[in-house]
Design a protein around this ligand. Structure first.
Ligand SMILES: Nc1ncnc2c1ncn2[C@@H]1O[C@H](COP(=O)(O)OP(=O)(O)OP(=O)(O)O)[C@@H](O)[C@H]1O
Ligand SMILES: [Mg+2]
Length: 257
C-alpha cells in the first residue's frame, strides 16, 4: 500500500517482512498485546460468582489480525475491555507493547489507552454534532497535535478509506458502513500499536460488513499494528491470520480453515 497513511513508516518493516503467501507476520514480530493468566469474576446476584475469565492467555504481534470468536456471554467484551485498559482484571496481567499495565496509575493507563490503543465498537459512538473529519481530528487534538497536522492525517485516512467526499457529513448523514469506516479512522488516528474491535461489523448487512472488514484489514496490514477483533462472522474470521476462542474462561486457538 504505497498510499498508506503516515504511521506505516514506524512499523512498516514488520509488514514488509511478512510472508505474503500466508499473510502472517513473522513469529519474531514484536508483541503489541500480551494477556497473561487473566481472571475476571462478577457477582451473580445471589451471593455467588460468575467466573468469566479463568486464566486467559493471548499474544498479539505487530501486523497480526486475530479474530476472537465465541458464543454470546463467553466473555469477549469483558476480555476486550480489560485488554483495552478500560477495566482491571481480578488476576493476571495485561502487557501493551511490552509494558505491564497493572502497576500503572489510572492516569497512566488513560495515556496508554489514548496513544497506543484504538477501539472500535459495534455502534460507531461518533460525536453527532461533529463532521466525519472533525471526529477523526478530535483524538489528535486531545493529544496536542496542531490543527493542520491533525487535519492532514485525517484527510489521508479519509482518502485511504474512500470517504473523501463524506468528510463534512455528520454521523447521521452517513450510512452504517460509512459510520463504521469513520470510527475505524478515528480509532487509528493517533497511530496506535494495538487495535481492539468488539463486533465492528455486527450491526451491518453482510455485504457492508465485508466492505468495512476489508477496509479495516487493509489498514491494519498497511500500518503494521496488531488487531484483536471479536466477531460472530466466521467468514470474516477465516480471513484473519489467527482465530481464537474463549471456552470456560480460557483462550484456545482454532483452525482458520
Ligand atoms: N458488570 C457485570 N456484572 C455482572 N455480570 C457481568 C458484567 N459484565 C458482564 N457480565 C457477564 O459476563 C458474561 C460475559 O459477558 P460479555 O459481555 O463479556 O460476553 P460476550 O462474549 O461479549 O457476549 P456477546 O457476544 O453477547 O457480546 C455474561 O454472562 C455477562 O452477563
Ligand atoms: Mg460482547
Amino acid at each position: 500500500m504505497t498510499d498508506a497513511p503516515e504511521q506505516t513508516s514506524r512499523t512498516g518493516d514488520a509488514a514488509t517482512q511478512r510472508d505474503d503467501r500466508a499473510g502472517r507476520p513473522p513469529a519474531a514480530a514484536p508483541e503489541v498485546l500480551r494477556l497473561e493468566a487473566l481472571e475476571r469474576r462478577f457477582a451473580d446476584g445471589s451471593g455467588g460468582h460468575l467466573e468469566i475469565l479463568r486464566g486467559a492467555d493471548l499474544v498479539v504481534r505487530e501486523g497480526e489480525l486475530v479474530a476472537l470468536v465465541a458464543p454470546s456471554g463467553a466473555g469477549k467484551s469483558t476480555l476486550l475491555q480489560i485488554a483495552g485498559l478500560l477495566e482491571r482484571p481480578d488476576g493476571g496481567e495485561v502487557y501493551v507493547a511490552g509494558v505491564a499495565c497493572g502497576p500503572l496509575s489510572d492516569a497512566d493507563r488513560t495515556l496508554k489507552r489514548r496513544f497506543e490503543i484504538g477501539f472500535v465498537y459495534q455502534f460507531h459512538h461518533l460525536l453527532p454534532e461533529f463532521s466525519a473529519i472533525e471526529n477523526i481530528m478530535m483524538p489528535q487534538l486531545i493529544r496536542g497535535l496542531p490543527v493542520h497536522e491533525a487535519k492532514l492525517r485525517s484527510e489521508q485516512l479519509l482518502a485511504y478509506l474512500r470517504l473523501v467526499d463524506r468528510a463534512e457529513h455528520r454521523p447521521a448523514e452517513l450510512s452504517g458502513g460509512e459510520q463504521q469506516r469513520v470510527a475505524i479512522a478515528r480509532a487509528v488516528a493517533n497511530a496506535p500499536r494495538l487495535l481492539l474491535a468488539d463486533e465492528p461489523t455486527g450491526n451491518l448487512d453482510p455485504h457492508t460488513a465485508d466492505h468495512v472488514f476489508t477496509a479495516l484489514a487493509k489498514l491494519v496490514r498497511a500500518s503494521g499494528l496488531g488487531a484483536l477483533i471479536a466477531t460472530h462472522n466466521l467468514d470474516l474470521a477465516r480471513r484473519m491470520d489467527r482465530i481464537v476462542t474463549l471456552h470456560e474462561g480460557v483462550i484456545y486457538d482454532l483452525p482458520t480453515r
